[in-house]
Design a protein around this ligand. Sequence first.
Ligand code: GDP
Length: 468
Amino acid sequence: PSYEYEQLRRRVTTNVGELWNYMGTELSKIEKSMRSEFEMQQSIKQMKNFMELAREHIRSLTTDLNTMKGADGYEAYRHKESKALSDLVQKRLHYLQNPSDCSTARKLVCKINKGCGFGCQLHHIVYCFIMAYATERTLILKSKGWRYHKGGWEEIYLPVSETCLDSDKGSQGTWPQQDVQVMSVPIIDSLNPRPSYLPLAIPADLAPRLTKLHGDPIAWWIGQLLKYILKPQPETLEMLENGKNKLGFKKPIVGVHVRRTDKVGTEASFHSLEEYMKGVDDYYDQLEMVEHVDKRRVYIASDDPKVIDEARRNYPQYEVIGDPEIAKVAAVSTRYTDSSLNGIMLDIDLLSKCDYLVCTFSSQVCRVAYEIMQTLYPDASSKFKSLDDIYYYGGQNAHNVISVMDHQPKSAEQIQIKTGDLIGIAGNHWNGFSKGKNARTNQNGLFPSFKVNNKVEVADFPTYSHVE
Ligand code: GDP
C-alpha cells in the first residue's frame, strides 16, 4: 500500500470515533436538559431513538472500515512488515548489548533508584536504553537494592546483556560527558541538555516504514525497547503462566485498569466503574457486529480491591476475571516492595494480552500495557480507550499536531486554526474537541480533533547499518 493510503485509512477510522464522541456528547447534553420537563416526554423518546440509530450508524461504518482493511489485500504486508521491523530493531539492540570486548566497550549506566512505581521504573529504564542506543553505548543496569526486589533486576528478568554487565573499570562521567568510557545519566526530568532523540521522537531511519505501518509509532518504538528488556527469568515466567491459568484468562477479553488510591486527586481524577464499563460495552457491541460473543469477559486490574467485587455485583452479565488479593496488596503503602512485584508484573502482562484496553493513560501501568500490546499486533494503536489523557511519555519533549483544515471558533473557548498550523496538544476531551496552543497565534483553547493530524517527531539516531 502507499503511505497515503495507510494514513488515510487510519484517519477515517479514528475520525468515525471522533464523530461519535462529538455527536454522542452533544446529544446526551440535549437529552439531559429535557429530562425534567414532563411535556417533553415525547421529545426525549425521539431523542433516544435517534441516538440509538446514530450509534448503529457509527458501529456499522466502523465494521465496514474494519472489513475493508481485512479485504484490501495488504494484511499480509502488515504482518510481514511488522515482523521485519521488530526483528531489525531487536537485532540492533542485541548487537548494542553484546559487545565482543566488554573491557573496551562504551557503556551507559542506569540506576533503578527512581522513587516511583513499577511502570514509572520501566519507563526510566527505557529512557536510559534510548540514551544508550543514541550514543552507541551498552546499557548497564544498576539494580542492587531495587525497591521492588532487593536482590536486583537480574533475579526477576534476564540480564540486559549476555556478555557485558560490569561498569566499574574505565573512565567515568555523567551526561553530557561523551568522552568517557562509562557515562551515567540522571532521571529524564533532570536531563540537561535535552537531546532531540528523547520521546516522542522515533529514529529517522525507521520512520518511513514505521509511519506507514503503525498508527502510533512512538508507542511501537517504546514497545520494542520493553520487549528487549522484559525477558522473564524461568521462575518469573512460571509465576506469570500459573497466574494466568489460575485466573482462567481467555479471549475474547477486554482489559480494564482502574487506578485509585494515591493517584486520585493528586495526578488524576476519580472515574467510576460505570465509565470504564461503558467503554467495555462499546467494544463488545462493535465486536458483535461481526461475530457471536459467547460471554462478555473483562480482566480487571486495580489498586482498589473493591472494584473487582463491585464489577461482579453490578455486571452479572459479564465474566469478571481479576484477583482482589492482588489489588489488596497494591492498595497498601508498602506496595513498592517485593510483596507487590508479582502482582503488578502479572497485571501488566495480562492487560497487554487483552484484545482491548479501557483505562486512564494518566497511569504508567496502563501506558506500559499499551506499549507492550504494540509488540503483539502489527498495529494495536486503536485498541484502547483512555478516560483521561492521550498517550504520553513522562518527561517527553513537546507534542505537536498539524492542522489539515481551517477552523473558525464558534465559542470563546475555541481557537482559530488554519491548514498547516502547528498546535502543541495538551489533551483530547473525548467529546469531539482537543485542547492545545496554536504556535502561529499563541492562542490556547479548543479545536475539533478531526481537523488535525498527529505530527510524528523524527530524530537522527545511529543507523546501525552494519547490523544485518
Ligand atoms: P502510576 O503511578 O499509576 O502512573 O504507575 P506506576 O507504575 O508508576 O506506580 C503505580 C504502582 O502502584 C504500580 O507500579 C503498582 O505497584 C501499584 N499499582 C497500581 N495499579 C495497579 C494494579 O492495577 N495492579 C497492581 N498489582 N498494582 C498496581
